[in-house]
Design a protein around this ligand. Structure first.
Ligand SMILES: *Cc1c(COP(=O)(O)O)cnc(C)c1O
Length: 438
């Protein structure tokens, strides 16, 4: 491993004042070993750490950086907005423009802005419960919807990376109304609704699972879910925090619902829509959204919700995310997927690479399709550790967990791809040589 003295020093100081030295568990290198790298700056597809090393970034701040880092037009718009004042606690124009942009692109008829994906899913669930007058919710094992108490049951992302069986601090009664089912399992969904249908407020699912690695919905699965919910008077909540404005201009709904003619009752967004700032939203059917205070009785609020800087960054990002940007992003992702598969195959590393649009991840030590959480967990995740470090040493920054999606941006050009191409053969060899003990 390359020595990283400045990162090491900052990490030592961070550990003294912050639990685990990080402000979000997925940033720690617990699953891959070593010191988390402190980044100092980013530009396009590249990150520079505090020791002066440059990396091609395949994390993209865990999704938001659709256009790459420090896009000049986003910076200019944010700079101009900052100069006008950073928060007013009143309505302001950028939040209206961003809401209009989201309503234009997606199935949502109305949206309410919040500051994180967690807040979006938490509020969507409260609204679904308020609207239906029911308590039970259905989620899928391996899907992550933020750290909402009721949704931490069998969650993906950092919960699976760290192998946490359950989270202390979530009382049993808080998850007692949460029904957890295997992803892509229609029979399990039918059975749960047959038994509890009249008590279920909503079913929430990632539009395509991206937090247990990438596990796309089987064809027609989301439509099936929306139909089952409709039949039982439950709301269908599509969590597009990761997929929204990333896999198409309309999110994952642009890959299924828009063509098939159905829409979720509620939908959540985050990540890309904040352009690197804390902005998120939930939205959906007008009759449901109008149950929210002050229009209706379901309470929901936020001091910084719709913040003018965050919404300006998000709006500028979405305006720049035109057909050309999505075409570049999709092409870079497709090239990269081929490069990864070829490099692993050349070293005889058994793997399954799965994608949902331009989001993808690798499952190690299997060549079967991975359709649900138990299969994702059964992978040889230990092969990822030496692969990750070999890529890092060669200047490619991957997510520090085998259970996370790889994020490409519209700024991943030839230079970025060729750096990755040069790093892959050595990393594939390291994965081939890996043993479960190392
Ligand atoms: C990231 C994510 C969230 C949580 O968003 P935060 O902004 O981290 O709170 C929720 N749902 C999905 C699908 C996500 O990927």
């Amino acid at each position: 491993m390359t020595p990283l003295p400045a990162s090491q020093q900052l990490f030592d100081r961070a550990r003294a004042v912050s639990p685990g030295g990080v402000n979000s568990p997925v940033r720690a290198f617990r699953a891959v070993g070593g010191t988390p790298i402190f980044m100092a700056s980013g530009e396009g597809a590249w990150l520079t750490d505090v020791d002066g090393n440059r990396y091609v970034d395949l994390v993209g701040s865990w999704g938001p950086m659709l256009l790459g880092h420090a896009h000049p037009e986003v910076l200019a718009a944010v700079g101009a907005a900052v100069a006008r004042g950073t928060s007013f606690g009143t309505p302001s124009e950028p939040e209206v423009l961003l809401a209009e942009e989201i309503v234009d692109r997606t199935s949502a008829e109305m949206v309410r802005m919040v500051s994180s994906g967690t807040e979006a899913t938490m509020s969507a669930i409260r609204l679904a419960r308020g609207f239906t007058g029911r308590d039970k919710i259905v989620k899928f094992a391996g899907c992550y919807h933020g750290h909402v108490d009721a949704l931490l049951a069998e969650a993906g992302s950092g919960v699976v990376t760290l192998g946490l069986p359950e989270t202390p601090g979530v009382p049993a009664h808080v998850t007692a109304d949460t029904i957890v089912l295997p992803y892509n399992d229609r029979a399990a969904v039918e059975a749960a609704f047959a038994e509890y249908g009249d008590q279920i407020a909503c079913l929430i699912t990632e539009a395509a699972a991206g937090n247990m690695g990438v596990v796309p919905p089987e064809p027609g699965f989301n439509r099936f879910l929306s139909e089952v919910c409709a039949r039982h008077g439950a709301l269908f909540v599509s969590d597009e925090v990761m997929t929204g404005f990333r896999v198409t201009r309309s999110g994952h709904w642009g890959l299924d619902g828009q063509q098939e003619g159905w829409a979720p009752d509620l939908v959540t967004f985050g990540k890309v829509m904040g352009g690197g700032f804390p902005a998120a939203a939930f939205g959906g059917r007008k009759d449901v959204m109008e149950q929210l205070a002050p229009a209706g009785p379901v309470y929901q609020a936020g001091t910084l919700s719709g913040n003018p800087i965050a919404t300006t960054a998000g709006l500028t990002t979405l305006r720049l995310a035109d057909a050309d940007a999505y075409a570049r992003l999709d092409a870079a992702s497709a090239r990269l997927r081929t490069m990864v598969t070829e490099a692993l195959a050349a070293e005889g590393v058994k793997h399954t690479l799965q994608n949902a649009g331009n989001m993808f991840s690798v499952f190690w030590g299997t060549d079967e399709p991975v359709t649900h959480f138990a299969a994702a967990q059964a992978q040889e995740a230990w092969r990822y550790k030496p692969f990750f470090h070999a890529m890092l040493d060669a200047g490619v920054y991957l997510p520090p967990s085998a259970f996370e999606c790889w994020f490409v941006s519209a700024a991943h050009d030839e230079e970025a791809l060729s750096r990755i191409g040069a790093a892959l053969p050595g990393a594939a060899r390291a994965a081939a040589r890996a043993t479960a003990q190392n």
